[in-house]
Design a protein around this ligand. Structure first.
Ligand code: CO
Length: 670
């Protein structure tokens, strides 16, 4: 064991044929999945992975992550690509390196628990299509949510990597829940389930180097299978953490090729290779081959993706993660939600209340989707609670959590909050304690029937079963029943370069006068050669129409014709819930509908949102506290109850309508 605990310098030779280290650190490369997902909105196309695939296959990575997480969703939804096809294509180029995927336990590659029949067939097909290593995690670290998928992974003869989500309630590892013992216990559970390796999944970059050392050491001393560390860079600590984990004997760490590294992604591989050069843990990687891959990525691939990188801040680290021990993505969502409700000045109250709400909800790890569930509920409490009542507006997702639909929380849920949340809950007021999927009805056969007019291929059926709305649309494109819009088509390198040139000219101020004039004038009619571009200037997206008179950008013949702030298409949340894709429009900031002229008690929208459904209709009698309407805001559903008893006098919107804050949704006559 002791050889693990220090780095020993062997004969230092900076050359390709240096001798193999005694215990080389193994590397999983995440460029093609978590790299794209963290920095480039998961928009990486298969055709842009092929040019570097064979070069990457030669490096000697333990595995490459190519699938899972948000790729399945993004590919069929935004890229018009078949996610299964990517696996088969890349497998032709990666002949030696095993493939790894991120599997969200019973959530598979979606955002809800799928029933066992769907889960089983999904894993079978993933294995059949070329997946080798299944990195499996659950947002609550409730490994009962692994049972179904693990059985199939093992039966398929594939590698089951069990994850423990790393979380904290204090600035350092420890406290009542997330202490060394907790993580050790969880790792043991995984080993007992048959894990071929155990991964510490530090999705928010919270693991500090001097917690990593004792943690990894304890795992190495007590767990028989290889230990793997997945630590995001977000807070800036990950490279230090890697090094201490390596000293403690970690077997495998995760990195990205440098253009896909840092910010909310992972440490880069190149500095790690050089740091370990000539030690007993030398990776053995050839730095010049890595440089050649980088060269290709920078020159031929990344110009097409650069615009997706969030460069609104110069700093590559998120200091808030260090201050609040919460994931960066969660914090930016909170800021967005408060801004939408015109309450950004209350952000400090949200930070203050967040630990309390998390405690009430059983100290859940903060990872998708639990981070959003805790975050949005905290915002609701800050905005709507008063001195007489707390948890006035409980989201449906919090109710589901209190019911046990996500699994068992690491600590107990506050019984008072639980009781209040489950009052009138449709599945019952008594929480369940069984494995959540046990109460789910099978869905696969119905899914087969629902797309049988389009396809009978099981991989296609799974796309539909996982994503009914966008999945069906994709299948229609795939089989030529509908024509995909141009926005789903890939961008050529030439187009990317033209756009970049346009942005450069916009930023240089070349069009400043023209833009000013246009703000006053209405848009002129478009000529037949007009081409439209979306360009980003100082954080705002503009749709710019350019008349293409022969050779634009060279002859000076192009003229900016019209510019108006467009919908921020590049700003979509990286993991958009299926539910929101079904909604036709975004919530409005201003009311468009006058309040009805009916006497009685109005139920107003407390926030902008989309009507999910009315639970009552006109003429229905309601009692005090009954849910009248369900409103979706920030992907969370909020049940609005009536404070008075009476009869529904008027209903002013329909399902799917967008409403503004204070819109009168219905009126109740006493
Ligand atoms: Co990750």
């Amino acid at each position: 064991m002791t050889e693990h605990h220090e780095l020993k310098q062997t004969e230092l030779k900076y050359c390709r044929d240096r001798s193999l280290a005694a215990n080389p650190v193994k590397i999983e490369d995440l460029t093609l999945r978590d790299g794209y997902q963290s920095l480039f909105a998961t928009r990486g196309r298969t055709e842009d992975m092929i040019p570097v695939a064979e070069m990457m296959d030669e490096i000697g990575f333990w595995a490459v992550e190519v699938w899972g997480g948000a790729t399945f969703d993004t590919m069929h939804r935004f890229l018009n690509e078949d996610p299964w096809e990517r696996l088969r294509i890349l497998k032709r180029y990666f002949k030696k390196t095993p493939f790894s995927m991120l599997l969200r336990g019973q959530n598979l590659v979606g955002y809800r628990n799928y029933p066992d029949d769907v889960a089983r067939v999904f894993v079978e097909r993933a294995a059949e299509n070329g997946m080798d290593i299944f990195r499996t995690f659950d947002a609550l670290n409730d490994f009962r949510n692994f049972e179904t998928v693990v059985e199939v992974i093992k039966k398929s003869g594939k590698h089951f990597q069990g994850c423990v989500c790393y979380s904290m309630t204090e600035p350092r590892m420890g406290g009542e829940v997330y202490n060394l013992d907790y993580f050790l216990q969880k790792a043991k559970e995984l080993e007992e389930m048959g894990a071929d390796s155990v991964c510490v999944k530090d999705m928010a970059g919270l693991l500090s180097p001097y917690d990593a050392f004792p943690l990894i050491k304890a795992l190495k001393d007590n767990i028989g299978v290889p230990i793997h560390l997945h630590s995001h860079f977000t807070s800036g600590m990950a490279p230090f953490t890697h090094l201490k984990a390596i000293e403690a004997g970690v077997d495998i760490v995760d990195t990205c090729m440098s253009p896909y590294a840092y910010r909310t992604s992972h440490p880069a591989i190149e500095p790690l290779v050089m740091s370990l050069l000539g030690t007993n843990r030398d990776t053995g990687f050839d730095i010049e081959s890595l440089a050649a891959i980088n060269g290709k990525l920078e020159k031929d691939i990344l110009p097409k993706y650069k615009h997706l990188l969030d460069d609104s801040r110069l700093s590559v680290i998120d200091i808030n993660v260090l201050l609040h021990q919460t994931p960066g993505g969660m914090l930016s969502n909170l800021v967005n939600q408060l801004r939408e409700m015109n309450a950004l000045d209350r952000i400090n109250e949200v930070y203050e209340q967040l630990p309390r709400v998390r405690k009430d909800l059983g100290q859940v790890p903060l990872v998708t989707p639990t981070s959003q569930i805790v975050g949005i509920q905290t915002v609701n409490n800050v905005l709507f609670d008063d001195e007489n009542e707390s948890y006035k507006m409980i989201t449906s997702q919090v109710k589901d959590l209190c019911f046990g639909l996500y699994g068992k929380t690491p600590a107990g849920v506050n019984p008072e909050v639980q009781k209040k949340a489950l009052k009138g809950y449709p599945r019952g007021e008594e929480p369940i304690d069984c494995r959540p999927a046990e109460i789910l009805e099978p869905e696969l056969e119905r899914a087969k029937q629902e797309v049988e007019d389009i396809t009978t291929d099981i991989d296609d059926v799974l796309i539909y079963a996982l994503y009914p709305v966008t999945g069906k649309k994709f299948l229609k494109y795939k089989y030529g029943l509908e024509t995909p819009p141009d926005s789903l088509k890939p961008k050529s390198l030439e187009e990317a370069k033209k756009e970049e040139e346009l942005i450069r000219r916009l930023r240089s101020g070349e069009f400043r006068d023209a833009l000013k004039k246009m703000e006053k004038k209405s848009e002129p009619p478009e000529g037949e050669h007009v081409r439209k571009f979306n360009v980003y200037v100082e954080g705002e997206e503009f749709e710019v129409a350019v008349e293409d008179a022969g050779t634009p950008f060279v002859s000076g013949a192009s003229a900016v014709q019209g510019s108006s702030p467009a919908k921020p298409a590049f700003n979509e949340p990286k993991a958009k819930a299926e539910a929101s894709a079904q909604k036709p429009e975004a919530p409005k900031a201003e009311s468009s509908k006058p309040a009805p002229n009916v006497e009685g008690h109005p139920i107003k929208a407390p926030m902008p949102g989309i009507i999910v459904r009315y639970e009552k209709k006109e003429g229905d009698a309601v009692g005090e506290g009954d849910t009248v309407v369900v409103l979706e805001a920030m992907k969370m559903e909020n049940s609005l109850t009536t404070p008075v008893a009476g009869t529904i006098k008027s209903i002013n919107f329909s399902e799917g309508d967008s409403v503004a804050k204070n819109d009168v949704l219905c009126v109740i006559a006493k």
